[in-house]
Design a protein around this ligand. Structure first.
Ligand SMILES: C[S@@+](CC[C@H](N)C(=O)[O-])C[C@H]1O[C@@H](n2cnc3c(N)ncnc32)[C@H](O)[C@@H]1O
Length: 229
């Protein structure tokens, strides 16, 4: 499914957050890698099972949500696999990535399904919450605090004696936890809302597929948004 989701890409673009597991981008494409961390930070904070030497060296250090080093309408594609859930304001992040894509280009998102990962005991993020993240200014990051409390209680379950210190420390350092959770359906409802608010100008095609049956060990769904030529 990952191969299928990127199979129509052409030209030059970026993959954000490839880590040690880049997407199978067609060989005729030119690609640069972008991550919120530089290579030494990525090597220092490896995810379980990641080998240090497998980590791709980011060409650009920037975040999904604020791809400021990239000019508007300059890319044929933006790909992000298991990254959108790490953004504090996913609607703004998708709109910002969309802005960087040329006519005829694509945004490919691979997203973990809440019930298939360590998020399964957390609440599903409501659309109203995501709209609030997008519309309400929150300089003190109080809206995010509840995500850290929930994440370290129900996802990365933390012993009672270190729970408060852990979520406070991670919140203070703005660590990229899974802020939000989705099902395929709730994610596409967010995309529908973005369309209704004209936040995806020129959207021509929205292809997506729900996760494969759970017994195939699949934890994700796939979304491809294409701009008109
Ligand atoms: C869970 S890993 C996914 C790695 C790989 N794509 C995969 O599917 O196995 C998330 C990656 O995204 C990066 N990341 C997290 N939040 C980010 C953000 N807002 N912008 C850019 N990169 C981010 C992390 O540093 C990490 O490399």
């Amino acid at each position: 499914m990952r191969e299928l989701s990127v199979s129509r890409l052409k030209g030059s673009g970026i993959e954000v957050g490839a880590g040690a597991n880049p997407m199978p981008i067609p060989l005729h494409c030119q690609i640069k890698y972008v991550d919120i961390f530089d290579v030494s930070q990525l090597q220092e904070h490896r995810y379980d099972g990641q080998e240090s030497l497998d980590i791709l060296r980011p060409d650009i250090v920037a975040m999904l949500g604020k791809l400021d080093p990239i000019a508007p309408e300059s890319l044929d594609f933006v790909v992000a696999c298991h990254v959108i859930e790490h953004t504090r304001d996913p609607i703004a992040a998708i709109a910002d990535a969309w802005d960087k894509i040329k006519r005829g280009g694509s945004l490919v998102l691979v997203v973990p399904e809440i019930s298939r990962t360590f998020d399964k005991h957390r609440a599903l993020t409501e659309l109203d919450h995501l709209i609030g993240d997008f519309k309400e200014s929150d300089p003190e990051r109080m809206r995010d605090m509840q995500h850290f409390q929930e994440f370290y209680a129900k996802a990365f379950v933390t012993p009672a004696e270190s729970y408060v210190a852990t979520w406070k420390e991670k919140w203070a350092e703005d660590f990229p936890i899974h802020y939000h959770t989705w099902t395929h359906q709730s994610f596409m409802e967010m995309i529908d809302w973005m369309m209704s608010e004209s936040l995806l100008p020129g959207l021509q095609e929205a292809w997506s597929r729900p996760p494969l049956p759970a017994d195939e060990g699949c934890i994700e769904f796939w979304v491809v948004l294409r701009k008109e030529e």
